[in-house]
Write a protein that binds this ligand. Structure first.
Ligand SMILES: [Zn+2]
Length: 284
C-alpha cells in the first residue's frame, strides 16, 4: 500500500459528487433515514450506479492499481468502487467521494465485506428524527460530508480527515494515513514468499487488523510479491557490484526509480520499504 492523493481537477472530476447533485443525493439518504425512523421503511436502498461514476477518477488516483493490495487488476477485471467506511454502518457516507477507493474484487468482496473495526468512538451519525420537516432535511443536506471541489459547501476537508484520527479505525485509509508508517515486508527465500508485517509494535494493532481485514497476506499475494522482488534484488546486486561499469549501474538505478518505486508499479510500497533499509540481500 502507498499513500494516495485525491485528483480534484475540476475538468476531470465526476461532477455528481459536487455542488447541487451532491446535496440532492445526501437529501435522498436523509429522507430515507427519516422514513426508517417513522417505521415506513426497513432499510436504506442505495443506488450503485451513483458511485460507479467515480471509478475512472479513483483509478487515476491509484495509478490503476488496487488501493490496498497494489495489484494492477484492470487488465483482467473491472474492479470495485470500495466504500472505506461500509455503507451498511455509515449510511450517510454512501455517496461521499472521500469515502471511496478503487479496489480489486478480492480485497473488497472476499475479505473486507462490511467489517470495519475501530479503536475509538464511532463517528456520530446524523441525528434524524421522525418529525423532521422537509425544509429541515433540505437545510441539512450537504452538511454531513465534504464537497470535494468547494469546501464552503460542506464539511471541511480538514474536519473530515480529523474524524479519521478521532475514530482511529483498525485499518489504513491510504488517502489519509501514510501506509509507510505502518507496513514492513519480510521475505523468505526458503518458501519463496514475501509477507507484509507491522512496521513496529506501536502500530501493530492497526496494521495486523488491516492485513487480516484485506487479506493482504493471502497466498497469491505472498507468492507474487516474492517473484517481483527477485527482479528488484537482481538490480540491487548490479548496483552493489563495483566490478560492473558505471553506465550499467546507472541504468539499474534508473530502472528501479522508473519501474519499481514509481507509484504506478505493482507493489511499489514494498520496493520503497526495501529502498529505505540497509538490508543486504543474499546473492541470488
Ligand atoms: Zn486488492
Amino acid at each position: 500500500m502507498i499513500k494516495l492523493n485525491r485528483n480534484l481537477q475540476e475538468a476531470s472530476f465526476p461532477s455528481s459528487f459536487t455542488g447541487e447533485k451532491r446535496k440532492e443525493w445526501e437529501l435522498d439518504l436523509l429522507t430515507q433515514a427519516r422514513a426508517i425512523r417513522q417505521g415506513t421503511r426497513q432499510n436504506f436502498q442505495f443506488t450503485p450506479s451513483r458511485w460507479k461514476t467515480a471509478k475512472t477518477n479513483l483509478l487515476r488516483e491509484s495509478f490503476h492499481k488496487c488501493a490496498y493490495c497494489e495489484v494492477n487488476f484492470t487488465t483482467v477485471a473491472y474492479g470495485d468502487v470500495e466504500h472505506y467506511r461500509p455503507k451498511s454502518k455509515y449510511w450517510w457516507l454512501a455517496y461521499c467521494y472521500f469515502n471511496y477507493a478503487a479496489s480489486c474484487q478480492l480485497c473488497n468482496q472476499k475479505y473486507k465485506i462490511a467489517d470495519f473495526p475501530i479503536s475509538n468512538k464511532q463517528l456520530q451519525k446524523p441525528r434524524i428524527q421522525k418529525n423532521n420537516t422537509n425544509a429541515y432535511l433540505e437545510r441539512k443536506a450537504g452538511t454531513y460530508t465534504p464537497d470535494p471541489l468547494n469546501e464552503d459547501l460542506g464539511l471541511s476537508h480538514t474536519i473530515f480527515s480529523s474524524l479519521h484520527t478521532t475514530e482511529r479505525p483498525l485499518s489504513i485509509d491510504p488517502y489519509i494515513d501514510n501506509p509507510s508508517d505502518f507496513f514492513a515486508y519480510e521475505y523468505n527465500d526458503v518458501i519463496r514468499e514475501v509477507d507484509v508485517v507491522p512496521l513496529n509494535n506501536e502500530v501493530r494493532p492497526i496494521t495486523s487488523s488491516c492485513i487480516e481485514l484485506l487479506g493482504l497476506n493471502r497466498k497469491e499475494l505472498r507468492d507474487l510479491r516474492y517473484r517481483e522482488l527477485l527482479n528488484y534484488r537482481f538490480l540491487r546486486q548490479i548496483l552493489d557490484d563495483q566490478t560492473i561499469n558505471d553506465i550499467h549501474r546507472q541504468a539499474a538505478r534508473n530502472l528501479i526509480t522508473q519501474e519499481f518505486i514509481h507509484p504506478k508499479a505493482e507493489f511499489s510500497g514494498m520496493y520503497r520499504f526495501f529502498e529505505q533499509t540497509t538490508i543486504n540481500f543474499p546473492t541470488l
